[in-house]
Ligand binder design. Structure first.
Ligand code: ADP
Length: 575
């Protein structure tokens, strides 16, 4: 480059850097190799991954944890198509993400050029904003817009396209105007008169309940929420990724009495959670038919989805909960929901009964272990401040109740979209984020054997970057339902496995831990509680990535419940 010339790749990454982007995940190839290199030259950390799907999941996890988008960089055509998975997942989870896709030279687009594909159009359906900058000089405007669109209002994914010819094209540096960094979203407060209505409802309720969703986690509303919960004595129920915003061990957490709490509550304050399948559409028999909903959400269009709210509070959760706290304090009679109330007695009874039920399963140490017994060991061994990544069917359903979260944003799972295969990308992103910002914290990723398989190759990425992630595989030889050795052998003896092996089965007793050993990490194979204990102890002392492969009884299931939130049957109707 001559003195004052600047190329497209450099303009793009400099603009991203100036917008505060710290991380870029991706896979380079024609035409974005230069973009990856330019990113590093500008000081953006580049994480080179093995599949764009995992890269897009990883980037979106950074968005959730930091409220700032990370970038996923992909090549043209198939590269972008793979990353659409992460865009869809980010949109469904309401997480910020920017995907940058290289594309075929503009001049060859209609001629069957290499990997030519209508990328801007394809990405549009998976994003809030999808465009190709109209010129090199315009790139910074598009970048700023992508950052703003991805983080303002309801967060989501954005796509920026850069054609191969733009990557290398040059402009006069003086002709490029870089935009100032887009500020974090302006706080929006709810209508004060509606706050008063909401408080009147809460204070008159007989069976009030707060539901804390991952919108509240994203909003980082833990401070005002702790004040609200502690000052009022109200029971609260976290959704899976709302867990930890207040500790799961908090005496007012009624997660272990989830079904009862939802079924009987008469006034529900819904804080950053949608009444979608995960909350059974807010409908009977899972919710009380007369339940009044106080809905708090950043997105006005979400108000009234499935259930007309008694009070609609549109605004940022952190801001709105602070408004509620202030208004409560102004009142003459300090409101405190009585622990002696019939409602608390009902909930406490249910909490105790359910906890006893689980305890029985934990105590059953028969080999091969059941899920609860294995989880009891994991739970005892892992540090309270670690990130828990969790996916699989039974593995995730049971993990949600067996692994308490004590701190906010320390759980990443299949989320609203129920996406299996997100775990390794999430774990990798969390490990990098911790390495740079909270170096004492560890990442523990508990995966079903099927879930692990989707992006298993990312363990090489973890080993390459020396990220001490602990991956625990709950291995039941299958997808949701496992298969026993004898059954598998019988299927094989009976003829063609393609006709006989149950579609839910995976090869029995697969030694996943040896994969990690192959990359220089550590591997443990466990059958007993003691082996789990010892391997986790060793993994926590080591600074290498580790796979702990735990054999689970293929016939083991979740404890029977009248109603439950279950990913394994994709149902909202219970099991
Ligand atoms: P969960 O999976 O925990 O039930 P959802 O993903 O269904 O939660 O819902 C999250 C909700 O939070 C979305 O409707 C989204 O619009 C909302 N949201 C996201 N960020 C904020 C924020 N800062 N303030 C208020 N609501 C938010």
């Amino acid at each position: 480059l001559s003195g004052d010339d600047i190329d497209g790749a450099t303009i793009l990454v400099r603009a991203l850097k100036q917008q505060g982007v710290e991380y870029m995940f991706g896979i380079v190839g024609v035409p974005v190799i230069e973009v990856g290199m330019a990113a590093q030259a500008e000081g953006i950390k580049f994480v080179s991954m093995r599949n764009e799907q995992a890269a897009s999941y990883a980037a979106s996890a950074i968005g959730y944890l930091t409220r700032k988008p990370a970038v996923c960089l992909v090549v043209s055509g198939p590269g972008l198509v793979h990353a659409l998975a992460g865009m869809a997942n980010a949109m469904e989870n309401c997480w910020p993400l920017i995907v940058v896709g290289g594309s075929c030279d503009a001049s060859q687009e209609a001629m069957g050029g290499f990997q030519a594909y209508p990328q801007v159009e394809a990405a549009r359906q998976y994003s809030k904003f999808s465009a190709r900058p109209s010129s090199l000089e315009n790139i910074p405007y598009y970048v700023e817009k992508a950052v703003r669109e991805s983080t303002y209002g309801r967060p989501g994914a954005c796509y920026i396209d850069i054609s191969g010819d733009m990557v290398g094209a040059k402009a006069k540096e003086s002709s490029v105007r870089f935009m100032p960094a887009c500020p974090s979203p302006p706080l929006t407060y709810a209508d004060p008169s509606k706050i008063i209505e909401a408080i009147d409802l809460i204070t008159q309720a007989e069976k009030p309940l707060l539901i804390i969703g991952k919108g509240a986690s994203y909003a980082q509303a833990e401070g005002p929420l702790a004040t609200l919960v502690d000052s009022t004595g109200l029971p609260f129920l976290p959704t899976p990724m709302g867990k930890g915003l207040l500790p799961d061990t908090h005496p007012q957490c009624v997660a272990a009495a989830r079904s009862r709490a939802l079924q009987e509550a008469d006034v529900i304050v819904l804080l950053g959670a949608r009444l979608n399948w995960m909350l059974h559409f807010g409908a009977p028999p899972r919710f009380h038919p007369e339940a009044k909903i106080i809905q708090v959400d950043i997105k006005m269009e979400e108000m009234g989805n499935n259930v007309a709210p008694a009070v609609a509070l549109v605004g940022d959760i952190k801001a709105v909960v602070s408004q509620i706290n202030e208004e409560l304090q102004k009142r003459k009679n300090v409101f405190k929901f009585s622990l002696q109330s019939a409602w608390w007695k009902t909930l406490s009874k249910k909490l105790e009964a359910n906890q006893l039920n689980v305890q029985e399963m934990c105590n059953d140490k028969t080999v091969p272990l059941n899920y609860y017994a294995a989880y009891a060991e994991v739970q005892r061994a892992i540090p309270q401040d670690c990130m828990i990544v969790n996916e699989g069917s039974n593995t995730m359903d049971i993990g949600r109740t067996m692994l308490p979260n004590i701190l906010p944003r320390q759980r990443l799972d299949a989320g609203t979209f129920g996406t299996m295969g997100v775990g390794l990308g999430f774990a990798l992103a969390a490990a990098i984020y911790y390495r740079d910002h909270m170096p004492k914290r560890r990442v523990v990723c508990v995966e079903g054997d099927s879930a692990f398989g989707f992006s298993g190759m990312e363990i090489e990425t973890m080993a390459r970057y020396r990220l001490p992630v602990i991956i625990v595989v709950f291995n039941n030889n299958g997808i949701s339902m496992g298969i026993q050795d004898e059954m598998w052998n019988m299927a094989e003896e009976n003829g063609d496995l393609l006709l006989n092996a149950p579609p839910t089965s995976l090869q029995p007793n697969t030694r996943y831990e040896k994969m990690m050993e192959a990359f220089g990490g550590e591997g443990y194979f466990c059958r007993t509680a003691e082996e789990i204990r010892n391997s986790l102890k060793a993994a926590l002392q080591s600074n290498k990535p580790t796979v702990i492969n735990i054999m689970i009884n293929p016939m083991a299931q979740r404890k029977t419940q009248e109603y439950a939130l279950s990913y394994s049957d994709g149902s909202s109707t219970g099991d």
